[in-house]
Design a protein around this ligand. Structure first.
Ligand code: IPE
Ligand code: IPE
Ligand code: MG
Length: 253
């Protein structure tokens, strides 16, 4: 893929967008790979494979639009309920993606990271992930975060355990536990909260994704399955987002 440059204000205007009405952080629940495949009488893994192309396009477009962070839900803690064969293929696809996209991540200057529990992912996937994290850590472009073996409740459990350990060892007073302290103990410490959550394939649920972080995010759901998600879908979500009135509990100014 050729190096992508950022869109100009006039290109954004052609899309019906303006830079100041764009979200800083977009989180996507990339759903519907299996349904996409089944409706074509293909094996589910084919849907996941086709989904990788949508991942590449979404990253490139978000980067060109000047989005600061993109967080993609790749595998949930609850997805371990699926047949081992599908999980094995998903993890292999992830490893292949991380290896193949490394040069593109560097070309686009993305800062790569993951959130989720590392247990169960396998040494070889983790090695490739860590290599990309290390290589891209000084990049200054869009943050690209993959949620892998991620579950929001598990994340909160891990944060509470860390905080309890700090209190027990005398490094933290209970009176210092506030919202900032909790946010600082989540996997997403140091990241901004998502402004916009996009879910493909039509389900009206959050599926244990970033529960703390999306308290005031705008939600946008499309019937389009993830392997069919293209630039036009993204632009539609962004135009919809731009027209929203985010009040954060206050009143419209
Ligand atoms: C999303 O697609 C990808 C993962 C959850 C790994 P699905 O595999 O959930 O596809 P559907 O929802 O069964 O169509
Ligand atoms: C959410 O999709 C997880 C990912 C996209 C990785 P699921 O397909 O697992 O969600 P449910 O089971 O429909 O809630
Ligand atoms: Mg699904």
């Amino acid at each position: 893929m050729a190096v992508a440059t950022e869109y100009t204000e006039s290109e954004l205007a052609d899309f019906g967008l303006s830079a100041e009405r764009l979200p800083q952080h977009i989180a996507i629940i990339m759903d519907g790979n299996g349904r996409w495949a089944s409706s074509r009488r293909l094996p589910r893994i084919e849907g996941h494979r086709r989904g990788v192309k949508s991942v590449r396009l979404a990253i490139r477009e978000c980067s060109r639009l000047g989005i600061k962070q993109l967080t993609l839900y790749c595998l949930s803690s609850e997805n371990w309920k699926r047949p081992p064969k599908e999980l094995d293929r998903l993890l292999r696809l992830l490893e292949q993606y991380v290896v193949e996209e490394r040069s593109e991540i560097m070309r686009q200057g993305l800062q790569f990271s993951i959130i989720g529990r590392r247990e169960g992912l396998g040494d070889s996937v983790l090695r490739e992930i860590d290599r990309t994290i290390d290589l891209s850590c000084d990049n200054t472009g869009m943050r690209l975060c993959l949620a892998v073996n991620y579950g929001s409740r598990a994340e909160i459990v891990d944060a509470v355990r860390d905080i309890a350990t700090d209190v027990a060892s005398g490094n933290l007073a209970t009176s210092d536990i506030d919202e900032t302290c909790i946010a600082d103990h989540l996997y997403t410490a140091g990241m901004s909260d998502p402004d916009l959550v996009i879910r493909t394939a039509g389900e009206m649920r959050i599926s244990n994704y970033l529960l703390w972080q999306i308290s005031y995010a705008e939600l946008w759901v499309t019937e389009t399955c993830w392997p069919d998600f293209r630039k036009d879908n993204l632009l539609e979500a962004l135009r919809d987002y731009a027209a929203r009135d985010r009040r954060f509990g206050g009143l419209t100014g």
